[in-house]
Design a binder for this molecule. Structure first.
Ligand code: SAM
Ligand code: SF4
Length: 320
């Protein structure tokens, strides 16, 4: 077990497999794609990603989430996930995906040991989906969700970023998806990060809006204290509705996670620009285990987004 200096157990690693993506969500990426594409040699190879993840598992990580950019556009992603799932001590591997490639890859992912999935979907309307993702086809995502249900992924968590004037009118429809079980919906407040800082500020609406629009939602007990979401349910609903307020409500006291970027930077707090270069340590033959253990002890106590301390990286580079 690994603890930071505030006594928090750190057992959750989020690994970004790539900064590339097959969509261009308005709040996440510039329209013309990534401006400074990471040169190939700066990206961790799959072997390096495996080695660093293996070391994290050795020091106490037992839950790993793969993200991106879009993790499924990285060639070899599923093989890596399978190898990581097979490491001794790993309890769970999960994935955050936009769902575009899910239908094709799902069987392989299930075979690799993935039992849960987070799928990002900000609208249920095909035209609006095309608009917010700058060209995406919602049917691919919906087919992916259907297939995930058939293959027993449970729960399927749908992540919906709340965007004022864009999808706040769809709140009841999203909540309705949770009624019969199998699907949880989590509403996420827009974060003023990277390129999207300006966009996010003008379209920000608080999660409290959900409770105003669907007042029958009932609060339910937190199963996992480290989860950034507070959960609700429809009175006769089987699935859960989660509210994630990275800005208006802090969840730092129970934070159990650290992040690894596709270039091998360790981010101890999503909301800090501070990074530790593990790629350099690995490539120069340094003591990775020692550096990881020491770095964990420097994890930030809490974040200060409300003080306008903006993050300069885009979410596609961090992984959310
Ligand atoms: N491409 C994958 C996807 O969209 O699920 C994984 C990476 S994406 C960066 C992870 C999550 O971050 C998505 O749910 C996305 O909606 C969310 N996200 C991106 N930019 C955001 C922002 N500025 N504020 C809040 N959430 C954001
Ligand atoms: Fe790509 Fe995900 Fe960012 Fe959308 S939110 S542009 S799908 S990385």
């Amino acid at each position: 077990m690994m603890r930071d200096r505030f006594g928090r157990e750190i057992n959750y690693l989020r690994v970004s497999l790539t900064d590339r993506c097959n969509l261009r969500c308005e709040y996440c990426m510039p329209e013309d794609g990534i401006k400074n594409k990471i040169p190939h040699c700066d990206m961790l190879s799959l072997e390096e990603l495996y080695k660093i993840t293996e070391m994290f598992v050795k020091v106490g990580i037992d839950k790993i989430r793969f993200t991106g950019g879009e993790p499924l556009v990285r060639y070899g992603a599923v093989d890596l996930i399978k190898k990581v799932k097979a490491l001794q001590g790993v309890k769970e591997v999960t994935l955050t995906t936009n769902g575009i490639l899910l239908e094709d890859k799902l069987q392989e992912l299930v075979d690799a040991g993935v039992k849960r999935l987070n799928i990002s979907l900000d609208t249920l309307d095909p035209e609006k989906y095309k608009q917010i993702t700058r060209g995406g086809d919602i049917n691919k995502v919906l087919n992916g969700i259907e297939k995930a249900k058939k293959l027993g992924i449970n729960p399927i968590k749908i992540n919906t970023v709340l965007i004022g004037g864009f999808n706040d009118g769809e709140i009841p429809e999203f909540v309705e998806l949770t009624r019969n079980g199998g699907i949880d919906v989590r509403f996420i407040e827009l974060m003023p990060i990277g390129e999207a800082s300006g966009f996010a500020k003008s379209k920000f609406i608080s999660n409290e809006e959900i409770l105003k629009r669907v007042p029958e939602l009932e609060a339910i007990e937190r199963e996992d204290p480290s989860s950034p979401a507070t959960y609700y349910r429809l009175p006769d609903g089987k699935g859960k509705v989660g509210l994630i307020n990275p800005i208006s409500c802090k969840f730092c006291t129970n934070c159990n996670r650290v992040r690894l970027t596709a270039t091998g930077k360790l981010k101890l707090c999503l909301h800090s620009n501070r990074e530790i270069d593990l790629r350099k340590i690995l490539r120069e033959g340094g003591d990775l285990e020692k550096i990881i253990r020491e770095s964990i002890l420097t994890k930030e106590e809490e974040h200060h987004l409300e003080n306008e301390e903006y993050i300069t990286r885009n979410m596609n580079q961090i992984g959310g």
